[in-house]
Ligand binder design. Structure first.
Ligand code: AMP
Length: 294
């Protein structure tokens, strides 16, 4: 008699919720010679997530998605309890992007009683979202390290939408010599320019209009850059003038940083830079960024 747990399949995707079973399954996949591509998410999938899955499909023979709304990366006053969820819809979208396996653990299984480890990427997590969301990047780094240990991917696909998060994970992977390739994938926007985000679901139609201000400000700076503007303050002023005209926006920050390590660039740009913005429209915190490079 076999003692193996029967495989659960939804929309053609193998679904695993137990971390221990996931790790066993992936050890076996590696032993079978599979190349594993992994896309970690918090679910409520949109075309941004799907673009990562499609990029992963091209880079591995086993495409793994995780869906886990990670409590450790939410602050006490943040939106953990109301974060949007739709497992069935997610698995349908994931299936059409060619996903083989979805790992969907519970918080209790990822953080059993007694869990106390934190991973801190001390410098990259400073400033930007790190200042406005204390503890956020430690929560992200800790869960991503645990997910990497469970999934054991060859390639990890992350979006440039969360630019600081991508740099935090790149630094952690380098510092801890994790045997995984990190691939940053382009930010996907809606037709109106707004960066796709699961949190856009919170916006009323009116707020959605107001949310366009963020990308409009970034586009204005990019246009100035394309016309040859290289002065840091002039680029920031260009974006600020658009943001300031939107009274519904409560700005957290608008900053220009070096694109590779997020350090402050010189007053006249010489290397690729990234312009990052974060702020609230109503109760919804939105982030966006744009690359300023030749
Ligand atoms: P989340 O579910 O918001 O934690 O995002 C999971 C992954 O999808 C992260 O690597 C994000 O950077 C990426 N992602 C989210 N939104 C977008 C987007 N609009 N374009 C590209 N990648 C995205």
């Amino acid at each position: 008699m076999s003692t193996a747990t029967p495989t659960t399949r939804l929309h053609g995707i193998e679904v695993i919720d137990s971390p221990a079973r996931m790790q066993q399954r992936m050890i076996q996949a590696r032993a079978d010679g599979k190349r594993i591509a992994f896309v970690p998410t918090m679910g409520f999938l949109h075309e941004g997530h799907v673009s990562l899955l499609k990029a992963g499909r091209e880079r591995g023979d086993l495409l793994v998605l995780s869906i886990f709304v990670n409590p450790m990366q939410f602050g006490a006053s943040e939106d953990l309890s109301r974060y949007p969820r739709d497992l069935d819809g997610d698995l349908r979208k994931a299936a059409s992007a060619g996903t083989d396996l979805a790992f969907c653990p519970t918080p209790e299984s990822m953080y059993p009683v007694g869990f106390q480890t934190r991973v801190e990427v001390t410098e990259v997590q400073k400033g930007l979202c790190g200042d406005h969301r204390p503890g956020h990047f430690a929560g992200v780094a800790t869960v991503v390290l645990k997910l990497i240990n469970l999934v054991q991917p060859h390639v990890l696909l992350l979006g440039e939408k969360d630019y600081q998060q991508l740099q935090v994970i790149r630094r952690m992977v380098r510092d801890l010599a994790l045997p995984v390739e990190v691939l940053g994938c382009p930010l996907i926007r809606d037709d109106d320019g707004v960066a796709l985000s699961s949190r856009n679901a919170y916006l009323s139609p009116h707020e959605r209009e107001q949310a366009r201000t963020l990308s409009q400000a970034l586009f204005a700076a990019r246009q100035a850059f394309a016309h040859g503007e290289r002065r840091r303050d002039a680029l920031l002023d260009r974006a600020h003038s658009i943001l300031a005209a939107q009274p519904a926006l409560r700005l957290d920050y608008l900053e220009l940083r070096d694109a590779s390590d997020l350090t402050l660039p010189p007053s006249t740009l010489t290397d690729p830079a990234v312009l990052l913005v974060a702020g609230f429209i109503g109760r919804t915190r939105l982030i966006d960024n744009i690359l300023l490079a030749r």
